[in-house]
Design a protein around this ligand. Structure first.
Ligand SMILES: Nc1ncnc2c1ncn2[C@@H]1O[C@H](COP(=O)(O)OP(=O)(O)OP(=O)(O)O)[C@@H](O)[C@H]1O
Ligand code: NI
Length: 358
């Protein structure tokens, strides 16, 4: 399958009093239609900058290089006007804070109908009124009493409902790519679960590709097909969701998952990545228990982990995913890890599994 979006070696930096802040240090990523890709990682790892770079929403001060190809178009070279058109139609960006993204003085119905009207091809085809279409859209996102909600103002809606309104606005243009930054932030457990369900149904109904940025590892596990773990402006591990959560391979991923409630809640010791001083080697080197001399001076590649012996490292092995779509995808994708422990010449070392499980 051809990827819908191909990101290659994206670098992004910002000017600051301390010199350039290196937010992204070479990220490559493929997104496929009908698939949800999750980005996880500590604060400051570059998740939002990556998400914003795709629809061209980084501030002008940002210096961005690399390539972002969407349906054959190079987005980094696209004219502003064309990018804005794409954002309103084929690429939907659901921002971090739904509360501030809706206009407080306009009704939900007004804002949703305005979005539908902007995509006239849809309204002229169906012959339905804008109000009917708006209610249908909310209904398809499992919004209770959709007609009544159209007459409400944003403050009258819960966080989860506002999230659904924003998703509905984003879906008006029939996007083939949806980017959501922290879609469950500040939501209680029930609304969080509803949001996960809503987002999965958006992907099922539209066949869109989705990029989800989240701090909530449980949401990532429940929602995504594939996961990229970011640290220091790079993806340090990438793989099918089940495998990644069952058998985290990168020392950073193991630390990150170990900080989850239910998995020990042990924070990773040491200071997080400093974008003003990225260093010459692996960004995690100062915090890593497995560091070697070479980790200080060179950045490891993303090594595919294909040796079956390599997938029985630390972590308990659970049953394979019961979802046939997911397990099919898992079988197709391979985990990749940016760590010298996984370099081909390290794989011959007999003691590796033991060293990692220490
Ligand atoms: N507009 C900006 N100007 C200057 N620096 C920025 C800007 N946006 C992001 N950065 C810096 O880039 C780095 C990556 O930030 P980013 O917001 O992508 O992190 P994140 O992984 O999304 O973190 P969080 O989980 O807290 O949202 C940080 O060091 C941040 O301070
Ligand atoms: Ni962020």
């Amino acid at each position: 399958m051809e990827p819908l979006l191909q990101i290659r070696d994206i670098q992004a930096s910002f000017p600051s009093a301390e010199g350039r802040l290196r937010a992204l240090n070479g990220v490559s990523l493929d997104l496929y239609q009908g698939r949800i890709f999750g980005l996880i990682g500590e604060t400051g790892s570059g998740k939002s900058v990556l998400g914003l770079s795709i629809p061209g929403l980084l501030p002008d001060s940002a210096e961005v290089s690399g390539s972002i190809r969407f349906k054959g178009q190079e987005l980094l070279k696209l004219h502003r006007t064309r990018l804005r058109q794409l954002r309103g139609s084929e690429i939907a960006f659901i921002p971090q804070n739904p509360a501030t993204s809706l206009n407080p003085v306009l009704t939900i119905g007004y804002q949703l109908k305005e979005a539908i009207a902007r995509h006239r091809s849809r309204s002229s085809r169906s012959g339905k009124s804008l109000t009917e279409q708006a209610a249908e859209l909310l209904d398809s996102l499992h919004m209770p009493e959709p007609e009544r909600k159209l007459r409400s103002y944003p403050f009258q809606l819960s966080g989860g409902m506002k999230q659904r309104v924003l998703a509905a606005i984003g879906m008006c243009g029939h996007p083939s790519l949806v980017i959501a930054d922290e879609p469950t932030k500040g939501l209680d457990a029930l609304v969080r679960a509803q949001t996960v369900e809503m987002m999965r149904s958006v992907v099922r109904q539209t066949g869109a590709a989705m990029l989800v940025i989240t701090h909530d590892l449980h949401v990532a596990e429940a929602l995504c097909d594939e996961i990229g773990v970011m640290y220091g402006g790079r993806i340090v591990e990438q793989g099918p969701v089940g495998e990644l959560f069952r058998q985290p391979k990168h020392p950073y991923t193991q630390g990150l998952l170990g900080s989850m409630p239910g998995r020990g809640m042990v924070p990773i010791p040491g200071a997080a990545y400093n974008p003003a001083d990225p260093g010459a080697g692996c960004a995690f080197v100062t915090r890593c228990r497995h560091r070697r001399a070479e980790c200080e001076s060179a950045v490891p590649e993303l090594y595919p982990v294909t040796d079956p012996g390599m997938s029985t490292l630390a972590g308990t092995v659970g049953p394979a995913s019961a979802d046939p779509v997911r397990s099919g995808f898992e079988a197709a994708a391979t985990a990749k890890v940016r760590c010298f422990l996984y370099a081909p010449d390290s794989r011959t070392e007999q003691d590796l599994p033991q060293r990692l499980a220490e």
